[in-house]
Write a protein that binds this ligand. Structure first.
Ligand code: DQA
Length: 145
């Protein structure tokens, strides 16, 4: 089973950016946590981060017929990107939306998610553990199908 974990803009700044909101775990630490969890659960994982909307769309398209599940934290593009929503719909790969912070309790503009419309679950406000929970949800979902 192959899972692709996609992170959008500014998530490469984890550990530096607004630690009171996003915590002190760096992006490199996060990648390590995800890779360990994948190894423990027998999953093949690919990690991808970009600050560019079109690159995120390209990556989702390239996953077509090559990836069983997608974990995606689109960062700020969550709240604006119809293109990322459409890409997820186009490939129709089971996807889980993740947010480190509890977006639904923050500013009004963060309470809108386009990407959510193409995801079967959303995990928000669970810190970096949310990525691992999303991987578990995907494994269950893929096993069932
Ligand atoms: C975020 C929440 C977004 O609103 C924000 O733009 C991010 C990170 C989160 O993980 O909590 O970049 O997706």
């Amino acid at each position: 089973m192959k899972i692709l974990v996609i992170n959008g803009p500014n998530l490469n700044m984890l550990g530096i950016r607004e630690p009171d909101i996003y915590g002190r775990t760096t992006y490199a630490d996060l990648c390590g946590l995800i890779e360990n969890h994948a190894a423990e659960t027998g999953v093949q994982v690919e990690l991808y981060q970009s600050n560019h909307e079109g690159d995120l769309v390209d990556k989702i398209q390239q996953a077509y017929e090559k990836t069983d599940g997608i974990v995606i934290n689109p960062g700020a593009y969550t709240h604006t990107s119809v293109a990322i929503l459409d890409a997820l719909k186009a490939v129709a790969i089971p996807a889980v939306e993740v947010h480190i912070s509890e977006v639904d309790k923050r500013e009004e503009f963060r309470q809108i998610s386009y990407v959510r419309l193409a995801c079967f679950a959303t995990i928000s406000g669970r810190g970096v553990n949310g990525y691992l929970e999303a991987m578990d949800l995907l494994r269950e979902r893929i096993h069932e199908s």
